[in-house]
Ligand binder design. Structure first.
Ligand code: FAD
Length: 480
């Protein structure tokens, strides 16, 4: 489904609803003037347009509950929004929908270094949560390019992945407890800081990754880890994705499984980063592939340095690493990380691109890149393959950038054809067409084609049970 065909609903708000809403909202919650509304209506990838007439920004869970209760009475849909950095149009709201920003629920409620937990409101910015953890000698491992603006609620609703998944898992694995406002306004208190809790269905896990389609997350208890004391970061030049996997296995074995990031980048990805952003080539010559590797541990001492050196020596000797820059300071670490993190920005400047966030079993990553590249180049021979990603967990951002000098609009008309061949290659290898970004509006129809029909039915049954009036972010994630 081309994004142009997937649009937010164009229904209108019922007469009298806005006045009723004003009665349940606190002062400054309702945002109706178009200038102040703009930042909530713009979508990260500019694929969709929000035309909501009302934005609400409540500041307590009780206020969220009152608003949802009213929306349920009037059967007015609500679209929750955190930092609005999602990449699948999940926060796009139509005219007859209320866009609810959770950004004012931004209090860090408790950092518990004894239990290794942090309790936060849903609108807390991810980077603020990382900092609060680090202030007490702990570490919150969720880390992604948008961490300066995405919120914990959005991370939970989209089960965000990022660079730390290899070692620490997705947001799901980092979440212990939740508070959620249900579609009738009731507050579900699932704020239990328990690692073990076998008391029935895991409701928490139902809401994680539900993209606002079942309820609104207002609070969470998250897991913390001891802070990292030793760290080594390197940017390595490689021959192929196959070598990258061999290198990853070697790194895991030689570090005592302390690999905390392993990001793969193709030559084209690095080329656009150095051309379109403020980053320099790390090597004097070019290589076909690159990996950003991080070892880190909470152990004291300097054993990681020695483990890293032994790993690097073996990797050079066996020809797995062709060249490498090893960071010697925090500043250098940041510069190496920026090479990977700047790819999305560089892509925007490199012209139109058709993006895929897919995953396959880790060992199949090279096959995926090979098969999908061949299939795309058979369709558009001079397209640029911009493949990169969190390859340590099997996630490839298999993006296709327009050929040099091509007309952006004409190139984007091939959206459906390109998706079809990339998703075909992915599913043939037992993969998923959405690894970490979710379904949103962007893939809501496409997923029906790739999802097991029974799975689709179960999801619709759950949605109907928890949201009988279909007011929670309707038209996203599950479509009838
Ligand atoms: P939003 O975009 O505001 O919302 C996302 C979804 O969650 C929407 O469906 C929304 O309705 C729902 N939602 C938001 N808040 C709530 C709430 N409180 N309760 C219920 N539903 C809610 N994602 C990854 O997984 N890994 C990455 O590595 C990654 N890198 C990125 C890099 C860049 C540069 C950018 C721009 C995005 C990246 N993303 C990545 C995508 C995005 O940042 C994440 O999906 C993030 O988790 C979204 O958080 P947010 O607060 O911005 O959510």
């Amino acid at each position: 489904m081309t994004p142009a065909h997937a649009k937010a609903s164009n229904a209108i708000l019922p007469e009298g609803f806005a006045q009723a809403l004003a009665h349940v909202c606190s002062k400054n919650t309702l945002i109706t003037d178009s200038d102040s509304m703009q930042r909530f209506l713009i979508e990260e990838r500019s694929l969709f347009t929000s035309n909501a007439e009302i934005v609400v920004a409540p500041s307590t869970a009780q206020e969220v509950s009152r608003i949802i209760s009213l929306c349920a009475q009037w059967e007015v849909p609500v679209v929750p929004q955190g930092g609005n950095t999602g990449l699948v149009g999940g926060t796009v709201a139509g005219r007859g929908e209320v866009l609810m920003s959770l950004q004012k629920l931004n209090r860090i409620l408790e950092v518990d270094a004894e239990n290794f937990t942090i309790t936060v409101e849903a609108g807390c910015i991810l980077a603020d949560v990382q900092k609060a953890a680090s202030d007490v000698g702990c570490f919150f491992p969720l880390s992604l390019g948008a961490e300066g603006s995405c919120t914990i609620g959005g991370n939970i609703a989209s089960n965000a992945g990022g660079i730390g998944v290899l070692k620490y898992g997705n947001t799901r694995e980092l979440t212990l407890g939740l508070e959620v406002i249900l579609s009738d306004g009731r507050i579900w208190n699932g704020m239990r800081p328990l690692y073990k809790d076998n008391t029935g269905y895991s409701l928490k896990n139902l809401f994680i990754g539900s993209e606002g389609s079942l309820g609104i997350v207002t609070k969470a208890i998250l897991k913390l880890y001891p802070a990292h004391i030793q760290r080594k970061k390197a940017f390595c030049a490689l021959n192929s994705p196959r070598d990258a996997l061999t290198l990853l296995a070697l790194a895991r074995k030689r570090s005592g499984d302390d690999v905390t990031a392993f990001e793969l980048m193709s030559r084209f990805s690095l080329e656009i980063v150095t051309k379109h952003t403020d980053n320099n080539e790390p090597f004097s010559e070019s290589y076909p592939w690159y990996a950003l590797i991080e070892f880190s541990t909470s152990r004291t001492g300097n054993d990681l340095e020695l483990l890293f050196e032994a790993f690097a020596e073996e990797a050079f000797e066996t020809g797995l690493i062709l060249d490498a820059v090893v960071a010697q300071s925090v500043d250098q670490e940041q510069r190496l990380a920026a090479l990977r993190e700047s790819i999305p920005e560089a892509q925007k400047k490199a012209g139109g691109s058709i993006k895929h966030d897919v995953s396959v079993p880790v060992s199949k990553v090279p096959d995926l890149i090979e098969k999908a590249s061949a299939a795309v180049l058979a369709l558009i021979p001079d397209a640029k393959i911009c493949a990169f990603g969190h390859v340590g967990d099997g996630n490839v951002h298999f993006n296709v950038t327009q050929p040099d000098g091509a007309d952006r609009k004409v190139f984007l008309e091939r959206w459906d054809d390109v998706n079809a061949v990339v998703y075909e290659a992915t599913t043939q290898l037992g993969g998923s067409i959405s690894a970490e970004h979710g379904i949103g509006l962007l893939k809501v129809y496409e997923i029906n084609h790739y999802r097991d029909p029974v799975e689709g039915e179960l999801m619709r049954t759950i949605k109907a049970a928890l949201d009988p009036y279909n007011i929670m972010n309707p038209g996203k994630l599950v479509a009838s």
